[in-house]
Write a protein that binds this ligand. Structure first.
Ligand code: TNX
Length: 545
């Protein structure tokens, strides 16, 4: 990595117009003015709701500078970085996202001011300041080069309130510390939602206890993880490398949620039903229509199915009352550990079940889960069909995650009170190969050129067939499915840098986006990720610094 140097040999400050992702709403560069410099005397001023963001900033600056960077409640403002939360000040808006995440940032040679309506907005101001600093700010040991920030004024707010990434830990497990690493790479991009795909045909990754069971419920919930925590993708079909097994205890899951929450990320838990449920069906005898476990694999005796990535063959029995007892119990526990207003019930690819059985199932599950958890339900595109012929408020409080499907059903979902998160497969599926040479990844949704331009040049309003008005949207989400992913270095390789394209699409207005300009700013992000120890694909489309 090389960096521009100025006449005195010090690192020149970055050009603010070529540094920040997602692109801020308003940015006035003060090119002629002297920069702000972090020195041994730099301190941070913050109190109340601004303290978490200020503490995070000081924690970022201390290792790379070796300076004390104290956080003080008050004191002289000249030379300081001042972080404030002021709900009464005036903030910009940028569409559906409102001003709850908005912030203002002013940098001059005499100091830095970050002001926001909320603690979360202040955290985003800090993320922007971080990107305006040379990548060495990410170093875990002191660097001798001074940290300078060019004079600039920024006023910023997101286009959408929901900007997510999904991590599939069901096909192949990721440990708690790996998930934290994943979160850290993405908070730079102002991601505010991590959707965790916790169960699928190949494995069950979250401990569910027997506590609080309904009277007469015969299920031993510990079997979910004692049996299906030990399974994963296991055929030669996908890279020939067996998927990682494992699961989170409830304490570990709470630890992930707390870590995410401290970075203003909500975690949406997904247990996919009624299909993608082989892991549950082969752990719990009573959920099967004939009350017996599916046949075991004659060779291993352990894995009672072929472990492949085939989809749509497993299904819970919608006629069985215990199916709903099970679902309510599982989602109650997930909700109790959650910091998000939603739980995700999956609902995708129930191919073998047939439409009638599927719709019957969803119509029972959505109200049951909402009542048991007090949260809204999210589901993949297909579940919109359950609203056909239903009254106008049928989807109040529900969210549809659009990946494929008929635009009419999506518009009907919105007309009946629901909101949409767009994860258009071509443009937001992070498990696709970048190009035919990419060693891991799938190709069904995108093949050939699936690099950052393709993931940047789409818009949620036009990607839903027939179009969808922005007012019906909650936001966007990139999805990392893990049939071919083994471990965090591979997860990051497929996610970074494409998630930057998806998350900028969630933050920056459609007309303000520009792919060439994005790639310039991406070079700075790549340097930050690299110094911070994240893996990424060094796409040839970017001239890396
Ligand atoms: C489709 S998208 C799936 C997943 C697969 C993915 C692979 C969706 C809701 N279902 O089960 O993992 O494709 O790209």
């Amino acid at each position: 990595m090389t960096s521009a140097t100025n006449a005195t040999g010090a690192l020149a400050p970055l050009d603010p117009t070529a540094a920040v992702i997602p692109k801020p709403l308003q940015l006035n560069s003060n090119a002629g003015a002297a920069p702000f410099a972090v020195t041994p005397r730099t301190w941070v001023i913050a109190s109340g709701d601004a303290l978490p963001a200020a503490t995070y900033l000081a924690g970022l600056l201390r290792p790379s500078t070796g300076f004390a960077v104290p956080v003080k409640r008050s004191g002289p403002e000249s030379g300081a970085i001042k972080v404030s939360v002021d709900p009464t000040a005036d903030y910009p808006t940028n569409g559906q996202g409102g001003d709850a995440e908005a912030y203002r940032l002013a940098v001059s040679s005499t100091g830095v001011q970050i002001t926001a309506k909320t603690a979360k907005g202040a955290f985003y101001g800090v993320q922007t300041l971080r990107q305006l600093m040379p990548a060495w700010v990410e170093s875990s040991t002191p660097v001798s080069a001074p940290l300078q920030v060019a004079a600039v004024e920024i006023a910023d707010a997101p286009r959408f309130a929901y900007r997510g990434v999904m991590l599939d830990v069901a096909r192949s497990f990721q440990t708690v510390s790996e998930v934290k690493q994943y979160i850290d790479g993405l908070v730079l991009l102002k991601m505010n939602t991590l959707h965790m795909h916790l169960a699928d045909d190949q494995g069950w990754r979250i401990q569910i206890t027997n506590e609080g069971k309904e009277a007469g419920d015969p299920i031993d919930y510990s079997l979910l993880t004692s049996t299906s925590g030990k399974t994963a993708m296991s055929t030669q079909e996908y890279r020939g490398v067996i998927g990682r097994t494992g699961y989170y205890t409830q304490d570990e899951y709470r630890d992930i949620v707390a870590y995410a929450a401290s970075r203003y990320v909500q975690v949406v838990p997904e247990v996919d039903v009624p299909s993608h449920t082989n892991a549950a069906l082969h752990a719990i005898r009573e959920l099967n229509t004939d009350r017996s476990l599916p046949a075991r694999d004659p060779e291993t005796g352990v894995v009672p199915w072929n472990g492949s990535g085939t989809v749509g063959y497993s299904a819970l029995d919608e006629q069985l009352p215990l199916t709903y007892t099970f679902i309510k119990h599982v989602f109650s526990q997930l909700a109790e550990m959650s910091n998000s207003p939603y739980v995700h019930i999956g609902g995708d690819e129930s191919h073998d079940m047939g439409r009638t059985r599927y719709v019957d199932f969803i119509r029972q599950v959505v109200p049951a889960v909402q009542q048991a958890t007090g949260k809204g339900t999210m589901g993949w595109s297909e579940y919109a069909d359950a609203g056909t012929g239903k009254p106008d408020n049928y989807w109040d409080g529900s969210v549809l995650q659009y990946w494929v499907g008929e635009g009419d059903l999506v518009r009907d979902f919105v007309a009946k009170g629901g909101k949409v998160v767009v994860s258009n497969a071509k443009g937001s599926y992070l498990d696709m190969k970048y190009n035919p040479q990419t060693p891991i990844g799938l190709t069904w949704a995108c093949s050939g050129d699936c690099d950052v331009n393709t993931y940047y040049n789409w818009d949620p309003t036009t990607t839903v067939q027939g179009g969808l008005d922005e007012s019906g949207m909650l936001g966007v989400e990139g999805a990392l499915w893990s049939e071919t992913v083994r471990g965090m270095d591979q997860a990051e390789f497929l996610t970074l840098p494409r998630a930057a394209a998806v998350l900028e699409t969630g933050w920056t207005a459609k007309d303000a986006k520009d792919a060439a300009d994005f790639r310039k700013r991406l070079a700075n992000l790549g340097a930050h990720w690299t110094v911070a120890g994240h893996n990424m694909f060094d796409t040839p489309l970017v001239k890396w610094q």
